[in-house]
Design a protein around this ligand. Structure first.
Ligand SMILES: [Zn+2]
Length: 322
């Protein structure tokens, strides 16, 4: 069996590029596919051209998670090639009812991030940024027609590249993320679970209750444990270069999360009580969504540990030492 072929595609959202992976045989399969932009389309075409192939030859697309940089171009590729798009069962709604899901997620972001922004100009700027982010995402992400979508379970196996891969559910970065593990070669197609930088848990709603926010960072910590248990020789991540020694990487990232969580606690101890006050100290650039997600996560962990408590004062959420 041959390694998945890495294709780096440029992106607008998230990081500056995303990895798609290609299996040439027994059927031309693409894992993740970038955003629907001319630049990503051309980069994919060029990469396939090396093998005398074109986008119309793609037979199957498999999605690790339904974030715009991983699934956005699936509709366009599928329309050109007739390829079916395989998504796990938690991604199905995102793949097909994309706009409705975005509306829910926007509402959640507005409630949990904008609600805690300072009044006045700064809050207004943050609100504008968030809304324009959500507003333009649909330009680079086409919903898929239901008949093009095949769902796969969160546990079990998938045949790719002439061999069997275990499906590993790895929530945290998002609660709809799956990785794929090849046990003989000890390869992991890692999505955004294992990256050379610490993945951020996006602010999203719970799978069981769309009015509830998912406690993403706590879930991500559990998925890290799952990854530590796996014997992996090589990780094929969703972004940046493939790497080995995943346990060292995980331990470094866990240590950093621990340090940042303690820094958050200390600031609360020093009398900072509001989200934006904490964010201001912890992150140089306030209008930074990954940072907001991480701080949200540190606060969640501290609440879980019963070290701080969250309450409402004058219409704002405040945090205090227990
Ligand atoms: Zn990603």
């Amino acid at each position: 069996m041959t390694e998945p072929i890495r294709i780096e595609l440029p992106t607008i959202y998230g990081m500056k590029s995303v990895n798609a992976y290609l299996f040439l045989t027994p059927e031309l399969t693409l894992i993740d596919c970038g955003e629907k932009t001319d630049a990503a389309w051309e980069a994919l075409q060029t990469a396939l051209g090396v093998y005398d192939l074109a986008i119309k030859d793609i037979q199957r697309i498999i999605i690790t998670h339904a974030h715009v940089d991983h699934i956005g171009m699936a509709g366009k590729i599928s329309a050109e090639s007739g390829a079916k798009v395989w998504v796990n069962e938690y991604c199905y709604d995102w793949a097909v009812n994309t706009e409705e899901m975005w509306q829910h997620r926007t509402a959640m972001m507005e409630k949990h991030v904008l609600g805690d922004m300072p009044p006045g100009e700064e809050g207004a700027t943050a609100a504008k940024m968030l809304r324009s982010f959500f507003g333009t995402i649909s330009n680079v992400w086409d919903p898929l027609p239901a008949e093009k979508v095949i769902t796969f379970p969160l546990e079990g196996t998938l045949e790719m590249g002439g061999t069997t891969w275990q499906i590993i559910y790895a929530p945290g970065h998002t609660n709809m993320q799956t990785c794929f593990y090849q046990v003989d070669k000890k390869w992991l197609i890692g999505a955004d679970m294992l990256l050379s930088i610490t993945p951020t848990p996006v602010i999203e709603f719970s799978l069981t209750d769309r009015n509830k926010r998912e406690n993403g960072l706590a879930v991500m910590l559990e998925s890290y444990q799952k990854m530590l248990d796996l014997d992996i020789d090589k990780v094929f991540p969703g972004h940046y270069e493939p790497f080995g020694n995943h346990r060292k990487l995980i331990h470094n990232q866990l240590r950093r999360i621990q340090l940042r969580k303690e820094a958050t606690y200390q600031l609360i101890e020093e009398g900072k009580t509001r989200f934006y006050e904490l964010f201001d100290v912890l992150y140089a650039n306030r209008l930074n969504m990954p940072g907001m997600s991480m701080l949200r996560g540190y606060l969640d962990l501290l609440i879980d540990e019963n070290r701080i408590e969250e309450s409402m004062e004058d219409g704002y959420t405040v945090y205090r030492i227990v």
